[in-house]
Design a protein around this ligand. Structure first.
Ligand SMILES: [Cu+2]
Length: 153
């Protein structure tokens, strides 16, 4: 009597184990893994740098030959000032558009989604060393480059 009952229980136990393992694999591959791949772990000091870095789109930037993105080729440092804000102080709408499609692994695609109207800002958190060249879509003579480097300390 005890023979069939215990083998029956054993069978159910095995089925439960297989279902449990399958559930774990499905959960791991569909939820945990994509999540952990999508958001690389980034140090808290990079996510919350000491300062923002401001790039001004200066008044008169729309005129070819004038200064436009100022400073024009800055270097910022991770953990120090890697959160960059473009501020449109001109009286014309402008964009911040990468010359080639560009993404930061943590923050995603770089570039303003539309135009920055006068007074608008575009903010981007850089989390790894990179160089990005960008321009203004309506005024392609407006060009700038930003370099992101590791802090030396
Ligand atoms: Cu422009």
């Amino acid at each position: 009597m005890s023979g069939p009952t215990s083998s029956h229980a054993y069978g159910i136990g095995m089925i439960a184990l297989v279902i449990g393992m399958s559930a774990f694999v499905v959960f791991y591959s569909s939820f945990y893994l994509p999540e952990s791949l999508a958001k690389p772990s980034v140090s808290d000091h990079i996510l919350h740098p000491e300062d923002d870095f401001i790039i001004e789109i200066v008044p008169g930037a729309v005129v070819e030959g004038n200064q436009n993105y100022v400073p024009n080729k800055p270097e910022v440092l991770l953990t120090i000032n890697n959160n960059v804000i473009w501020q449109n102080n001109d009286d014309t709408a402008h964009t911040v558009t990468p010359n080639h499609r560009h993404a930061d692994n943590y923050s995603g695609d770089f570039g303003s989604s539309g135009v920055l109207k006068p007074g608008d800002t575009y903010e981007f958190l850089f989390t790894e060393p990179q160089d990005v060249s960008y321009h203004c879509t309506p005024h392609p003579w407006m060009e700038g480059t930003i370099s992101v480097a590791k802090s030396r300390f």
